[in-house]
Design a protein around this ligand. Structure first.
Ligand code: SF4
Ligand code: SF4
Ligand code: SF4
Length: 331
């Protein structure tokens, strides 16, 4: 991974030097253990900030639409910047989706694709250590050495603390890129696609309800899940609209349900299962199950996967005469 990180820095320095890009969006070390932050590199002198490791969890596509917005109050001509970005398989699919939704222009983007072996789930590390707080952590290619806030130390295999979405991931390489670095990922999905959804579907309606009451009653409405998601780019979210007002600004279960169900429906046929929302949630709520259930339904109804290419129309923004319409006519 160190070699990939070095190559990434060299390539970004070249792109900035020769004017191919004005700014590069990557990951940098953060102040908290097992976290990286998105970073914006504008000069070849800054490329050493860039890191590439098993905690580059953020979906960097989230930060792209803002870069292409005309600065507020600017008068006269404005040319959008040329933007470089590093993309795992899931980031690249979000980029494809954002291009198709006309939020970012393909011709101003330079995408560096890196094959991905999966990212560490910080919540799982805490659970494996038996504490909530992490004082320090060091990650190498195969394991993570952690120290809890209670002083306890442990070495954990990365395979045991992989993010759930990475265990099922079928698209580990960028589906769209200008340049690819690193090697083809060696690992294959560990568990069958939608394994979690199949288990959930086997439950009774009462059990499903109880599951979600249990999960969502922990939600504090901090919106970290929304902010981490590349698909949540609306300037005004329905959760904050006041005319009409769709839901109250409370943590009452009914308001929390409306927020999460509304957001989940807005993700239908768009969620790439990057897991960024799950990683961002301070309460460890399994939002993935909700999005994956809807993705599975869309996939089965329309035989379409999300954002695999620029050419193919997305399931819910296109129409075929042979599409199954029974969900409308026979509810
Ligand atoms: S979902 Fe796939 S591409 Fe994305 S971080 Fe996990 S393994 Fe990598
Ligand atoms: S809903 Fe979550 S998993 Fe889906 S694209 Fe958004 S951040 Fe990624
Ligand atoms: S990040 Fe977690 S706690 Fe915050 S609004 Fe989302 S689900 Fe709720």
């Amino acid at each position: 991974m160190k070699q990939v990180e070095e190559t990434l820095r060299q390539e970004v320095a070249k792109l900035l030097e020769d004017g191919t890009i004005d700014v590069f969006v990557g990951h940098e070390a953060a102040s908290l253990p097992l976290k990286t932050s998105p970073c914006f590199v504008r000069s070849p002198k800054e490329v050493d900030r860039l890191v590439w490791n098993r905690i580059c969890t953020s979906n960097l596509a989230t930060y792209l639409p803002q870069l292409f917005k005309r600065p507020v109050g600017l008068k006269g001509e404005w040319t959008p910047p040329k933007v470089g970005v590093v993309a795992k398989g899931c980031d690249s699919r979000s980029i494809v989706g954002l291009i198709k939704e006309k939020q970012i222009p393909r011709d101003r983007l330079f995408i560096i694709g890196i094959g991905c072996e999966g990212m560490i789930d910080r919540h799982s590390v805490g659970r494996a250590l038996g504490v909530v707080g992490l004082a320090d952590a060091k990650v190498d290619d195969k394991s993570v050495q952690v120290i809890g806030t209670d002083g306890r130390e442990k070495r954990i295999d990365i395979a045991d603390v992989l993010a759930a979405s990475c265990r099922e991931c079928q698209h580990r390489e960028a589906v769209l890129s200008n340049l690819t670095i690193g090697e083809t990922p060696s690992s294959a999905p560990e568990v069958s696609h939608y394994a979690n959804v199949a288990e959930f579907e086997s439950k009774s309606p009462q059990e499903r309800w109880e599951h979600w009451v249990g999960e969502l009653s922990r939600c504090i409405r901090c919106y970290a899940c929304r902010q981490a998601c590349p698909n949540c780019y609306c300037e005004e979210c329905f959760a904050e609209e006041t005319a009409p007002k769709w839901l109250g600004v409370t943590t009452d279960l009914s308001d929390v349900f409306v927020f999460h169900l509304g957001r989940a429906f807005h993700q239908a046929g768009r969620c790439v299962d990057c897991g960024a929302c799950v990683a961002a949630c301070p309460q460890g709520i399994d939002l993935r199950l909700l999005n994956q259930k809807i993705n599975k339904d869309v996939e089965e109804l329309f035989e379409a996967q999300v954002s695999l290419s620029l050419e193919e129309a997305e399931a819910l923004s296109s129409f075929r005469m042979e599409d199954d319409q029974s969900f409308m006519t026979e509810p």
